[in-house]
Design a binder for this molecule. Structure first.
Ligand SMILES: [Zn+2]
Length: 66
């Protein structure tokens, strides 16, 4: 089956190398990014961070949040 959108997963660019990395969500709904290639781990724990991350996701991965 082919889905309508090629890119449906939220992703952001690694702040070190610029490659796209999947954004995951904890059981409490907090977003986090783990990028093993660069050893980067980012956890977003408050509203400001979550809002900025959502903006970054929209700009960098064409991901539409419902
Ligand atoms: Zn990187």
């Amino acid at each position: 089956m082919v889905t309508a959108k090629a890119e449906t997963k939220p992703m952001v660019r690694c702040w070190l190398c610029g490659e796209l990395v999947k954004v995951k969500f904890s059981c409490k709904g907090k977003p986090y990014v783990i990028y093993y290639k660069c050893g980067v781990q980012v956890f977003v724990r408050n509203k400001r961070g979550a809002a900025l991350l959502a903006d970054k996701i929209r700009k960098e991965s064409n991901y539409e949040q419902s």
